[in-house]
Design a protein around this ligand. Structure first.
Ligand SMILES: NC(=O)C1=CN([C@@H]2O[C@H](COP(=O)(O)OP(=O)(O)OC[C@H]3O[C@@H](n4cnc5c(N)ncnc54)[C@H](OP(=O)(O)O)[C@@H]3O)[C@@H](O)[C@H]2O)C=CC1
Ligand SMILES: N[C@@H](CC=O)C(=O)O
Length: 442
């Protein structure tokens, strides 16, 4: 292990990236310098800020001489004790973090894409180096959720984590629901407000939420789940008609990340199901009241029962708050010569294929408006053992539509039903299939 440069003088921190998040980290390091010094025991000094373009406009004034385009040189410098990574993406972020750890720095990162893809490499490198790798900001930005899952709930058995973990898509869906706004204009607004990822496809196609739910599942269930294990659907196919249909059954459409333990009869062998998709949830569910760019994570446990963690899940300053929280922790550890809990103790739980995941479904079907149609549609559901909870007809004649809400069934059963419906002569189109979450399970 590399010795700490000095255990008395200031701790020197390198910030990688000075965009939405990095600029706010730099601002808060300056504005909160006195408080940080009091909490850590020594002052924190900014050693450098790595960026791609020296001449780009910044939301913060970086002191003269501290901006650099040579991030590798910065993280390798012997006068740097701590590194904060806010570049994002896989490379060069991964190599920079590994170099920082190998040269004895503790690292704080907000990079969920990297952690969900290759967290294991980073955790092992941190353990080998005897340094910390902390990443509270990577999931739901300002909301403290990783530490409660890892520490406060360590003695309980978490059975399900269901969350709105992407601020951009919640902002868009909320505006579609409450103002009838269009998708493209609302996405542009989310980008201007600094909520969206550099490539907003990551938000609207569910990649960002998939990375976050993979991290949540790994910590909640002490297993290794990567982004590639997560079934993922985004919100690009959610229509205003889906949003209206949801309203008609007293629900609202949200992009949910869901991770749950699936019983196998023996707790230690329980499998996990991890998915991201739009879903209708009852307006009475606590997650339904999460508006705009806010996030919330609803956790169900054996003993603690239900908990909800709520707050700002996107934006520079909220994310910087979580980054600085981690900075205080890792700085204290560095000064006391300790590290936080390692990430090495894992169960290897099976991740279930989506086809075996059970939930309820809302299916809207344009049909011929004649006698016997309802029975034929009901039979298609029965053929795949999907029980119907409610069915109603909307419109008449050419506008006739049947709206079915099923009881709980597997994804495979529902897919087979929809395929059969699509092949039926009386069915003009299956216009919408959406999962229904957050109500009674059956
Ligand atoms: N925005 C948010 O609300 C949240 C973001 N995050 C995560 O935080 C991270 C940063 O996000 P955000 O601040 O929004 O991203 P931005 O795109 O706003 O900022 C990225 C920064 O990294 C710099 N950068 C890019 N490539 C390099 C490189 N090769 N070497 C040095 N610097 C580089 C850019 O430099 P330059 O400015 O010169 O182009 C820019 O300053 C991501 O991992 C993101 O997922 C997590 C929670 C919330
Ligand atoms: N783009 C993300 C930002 C935080 O992770 C989001 O919209 O939630």
């Amino acid at each position: 292990m590399t010795e700490l440069r000095s255990n008395r003088g200031p701790l020197r921190v390198a910030v990688l990236g000075c965009g939405s998040v990095g600029s706010q980290v730099v601002r808060l390091l300056d504005e909160s310098a006195v408080d940080l010094a009091a909490r850590i025991g020594v002052p924190i000094e900014l050693a450098g800020v790595a960026v791609r373009r020296l001449d780009a406009p910044r939301e913060v004034e970086v002191p003269d001489g501290l901006l650099t385009t040579d991030a590798l040189e910065l993280v390798s410098r012997p006068d740097v004790d701590l590194v904060i990574e806010t570049i994002g993406g896989i490379e060069p972020a991964r190599s920079l973090i590994l170099t920082a750890l190998e040269s004895g720095k503790s690292v704080v990162s907000a990079n969920k894409a990297l952690i969900a893809e290759d967290g294991a490499t980073l955790f092992e490198a941190a353990e080998k180096a005897g340094r910390d790798f902390y990443f509270e900001a990577a999931v739901a930005a300002a909301i403290p959720i990783l530490r409660p899952l890892r520490e406060s709930l360590a003695g309980d058995r978490v059975t399900r984590v269901m969350g709105i973990v992407n601020g951009t898509t919640n902002f868009i869906l909320d505006k579609m629901d409450t103002l009838g706004s269009g998708f493209a204009e609302t996405l542009e607004e989310a980008q201007e407000l600094g909520y969206a990822e550099a490539d907003p496809t990551a938000d609207v196609e569910g990649f960002d939420a998939a990375a976050k739910i993979a991290i949540l599942a790994s910590i909640a269930f002490h297993t290794r789940v990567t982004a590639a294990d997560v079934h993922r659907e985004g919100i690009t196919e959610v229509t205003s008609s889906d949003v209206r249909s949801a309203a008609e059954i007293g629900s609202v459409v949200k992009l949910l990340g869901i991770a749950e333990l699936v019983s196998t009869g023996s707790h230690d062998k329980d499998a996990v199901s991890v998915r991201v998709h739009p879903a209708m949830i009852p307006r009475s569910h606590p997650l339904a009241s999460v508006r705009g760019p806010f996030n919330a994570v609803f956790v169900e446990c054996d003993a603690a029962d239900q908990l909800m963690f709520y707050g700002r899940g996107a934006g520079g300053a909220p994310t910087a708050s979580a980054v600085l929280g981690d900075l205080v922790t890792v700085a204290r550890h560095l000064l006391s010569g300790t590290t936080g809990a390692g990430e090495s103790a894992y169960a290897a739980r099976e991740v279930l294929p989506m086809g075996q995941t059970r939930t309820k479904y809302h299916v809207a079907i344009d049909v011929d408006d004649r006698a016997g149609v309802l029975a034929a549609v009901a039979n298609a559901f029965a053929d795949h053992d999907v029980s119907i909870q409610t069915v109603r007809q909307e419109g008449r004649g050419d506008d006739a539509q049947l709206v079915v809400v099923s009881h709980s069934a597997t994804d495979a059963q529902l897919s087979a039903t929809v395929e059969q419906l699509r092949g039926m002569e009386i069915v003009r189109e299956v216009t919408s299939v959406m999962r229904v979450e957050g109500g009674d399970d059956e």
